[in-house]
Design a protein around this ligand. Sequence first.
Ligand code: HEC
Length: 307
Amino acid sequence: MAKIKFSFSELLNNPIKIMAVMYPYFLVVIIGIGFIYIGNSGSLVQNKVAPKLDDSTIVVTDLQITDAKIASAVDLKSFTEINPALIEKGKQLFQTTCSSCHGVEGNGDGTAGAALNPKPRNFHLVAGWKFGRKATEIYNTVQKGILTSGMPGFDYLAPSDRIAIIQLIRSWMPEPPKDTPEDVANLDKLYALSAGTKVPGTIPVVTAEKLYQTNYSDKIGKINFALAKLLSEKGTNLSAKIFFDVTTNQQKALVTLFNSSSWQLGEKEFLAVIADNLSENGFSGKIFSLSSSEISNLLTLLKSVTI
Ligand code: HEC
C-alpha cells in the first residue's frame, strides 16, 4: 500500500509518467475496437443492393465500317449555276468513277455496264430517269445508289466532287430541269452541305477486338489485312467497291473465303462457294447480278488480297 501511495504521488508530480501508465489501457481499448470492426467486416463490405445485370436477350447492333472523311463546305450556287471549271473537274472524276458503266461520254455504253439489266442510264436522253434529272435529285441518287439495280451508291465521294460530276452530267442533258431554291435548301438541310461536315470513320467493336488479336491467330491477322486492303482501295478500285456492295458482313465473307480454297479455281467454283449457305456466309444475293467480267475482276482482287 505504501508503495502505491508513493507511486501515485510521484505520478502526480510527473505528468509524463501518467501517460506512460495510461498507454497500455488505450492500447487494449483500440485493439478491442479493432476486433469488433473485423468481426463485423463481412456486413460492412457486403453490397446490400443486388447488382443490376444486363438483359442478355437484348440484341446490340454493332457499328458498320465507314471511312473517316472531311467534307468541305459546298457552294450551293453550283446546284443552280453552270460552272465550266467544275465541269472540267467532273470529267476526270466521271472517267475514273462512272465511265466503266455509263461510258466515257455518258451514253450508257461502258463495258462494265454491258451485262447490266436495266442498262446504265444514257444521260443524253430525257426518257427513263427514275429519280429525276435535277441536280439535287441526282445528288441523292449518287448518294444512295439504286439498290434494286446495278447503280452503286457513292456516299464516299466528297460532296464537292459529286457536284462536279453532276455539272458534267447536266452539261450533256437536253434542257436540264432547274432546281428551285427550296430544292437546294432542303438538300442542304439534309446533308449540311454549306456548313461542311466532318464525318468520322467507325469500326465495329468486333473488328476492333479482332485487330487487337492480330497476332493471336494467323487467320485473323490475314482477314484483317485483307479487309484493310479492300477498305483502302474502295474509293479507287471498282472491284473493291463491288466487294462492299455484294457483302452484308465483310469479315464473315472473308472468313468464308479463308475457310475454303476451291473458290480460287474459277468463277463457277467461286459462285458455288458463295451460293452455299448464302444467308450466313457474309455475301448477299446481289453478287449473282454481277456481269461475268465484274466477277472475274472481283475474283482476281480477292485472290490477291487473301494470299
Ligand atoms: C456498276 C455500274 C455503274 C457505275 C459504276 C455507275 N452507275 Fe450509275 N447507273 C448504273 C445503272 C445500271 C443505272 C440504271 C439503274 C436503273 O435504271 O435502275 C444507273 C443509273 C444512274 C443514274 C440515273 C438515275 C435515275 O434517276 O434513273 C444516275 C444519275 C447515275 N447512274 C449516276 C452515276 C454516277 C454519277 C456514277 C459515278 C459516280 C455512276 N452512276 C456510276 C450503273 C452504274
